[in-house]
Design a protein around this ligand. Structure first.
Ligand code: ADP
Ligand code: UDP
Length: 241
């Protein structure tokens, strides 16, 4: 596969065209941002960990029946994925109250929810990803009714799969964000699943092992990402050029 011109550079990844019109190469960076880009930094080794971890989890998710964009890992930071038209929604699933949910609803962080919740944000940096609901999504033609049904079904399936996987690694899945795209008319899981996009707490101690360490200046940020990767059995050293 031939890497072509850069299509896009985001906050955490670069995206390249390839000689296959149905495929892209994503390249994971060590750059970290929070609060819609207001806080910027670097988490050394994050790109490698997120690439490997995302690929590891996407393969499990695919086996469990949710179609994904994953095709092939080609280096420590780069992966071939199916080129989708991203549905401009950030789909957030929560098992335990934290972050913006706790703030908005006045519920203390760590409160177990009676059942998992789903919410949608409109993926739009200028508007700071405003919270919307499925009626807004349909009215704004971000997705159809059928697509939203599929997205909800897949999102809850992903939650069940990830909860089990993380718990095996001694981690509690508090909440996470995923994105979907259209590939030849079908909805598939795209983007990434990593400590950048999930809240993961140590199942015994409750220690935060995710991007909140960066957002909240808790220290040991790199160490937390490495710890999560190790617990999942993922190799973390960067390959030599
Ligand atoms: P952001 O755009 O939020 O800064 P990233 O730095 O992670 O995020 O950039 C990756 C971009 O690529 C995101 O906009 C994401 O929606 C998009 N993307 C992820 N997977 C695919 C895919 N399979 N096909 C096309 N675009 C994708
Ligand atoms: N999240 C994300 N990207 C975003 C917003 C949220 O990956 O642009 C993830 C975040 O890491 C957390 C979950 O989605 O795992 C819920 O985030 P929340 O709404 O609580 O927002 P935050 O507290 O990060 O503002």
């Amino acid at each position: 596969m031939q890497k072509g011109e850069q299509l896009y550079e985001g906050k955490a990844k670069k995206v390249f065209l390839t000689d296959d019109p149905d495929a892209l190469i994503v390249s994971y960076k060590d750059d970290a941002t929070a609060f819609n880009g207001q806080k910027k930094g670097t988490i050394t080794g994050k790109g490698v960990i997120n690439n490997r971890m995302s690929n590891y989890l996407f393969q499990i998710i695919e086996r469990e029946g949710v179609p994904t964009h994953y095709v092939q890992e080609i280096s420590d930071r780069e992966t071939v994925v199916r080129k989708v038209e991203i549905v401009p929604l950030e789909v957030i699933i929560r098992n335990v109250a934290a972050g913006s949910f706790s703030k908005r609803l006045g519920i203390s962080e760590g409160t177990e929810l009676a059942e998992p919740t789903i919410e949608f944000s409109y993926k739009n940096d200028e508007l700071e990803d405003p919270l919307i609901n499925s009626y807004f999504a349909k009215a704004l033609k971000l997705a159809t009714q059928d697509e939203l049904e599929t997205i909800k079904k897949y999102a809850f399936m992903v939650n069940e799969i990830l909860k089990v996987e993380f718990l095996k690694a001694g981690l509690r899945l508090i909440d996470f964000k995923i994105e979907f795209g259209r590939f030849h008319g079908k909805i598939i899981l795209a983007d990434e699943i990593s400590p950048d996009t999930c809240r993961l707490w140590d199942a015994k101690t409750g220690d935060k092992l995710d991007k909140d360490r960066f957002r909240r200046d808790l220290g040991n940020v790199e160490e937390a990402y490495i710890e999560v990767a190790k617990r999942l059995g993922i190799k973390v050293e960067e390959e030599k050029e």
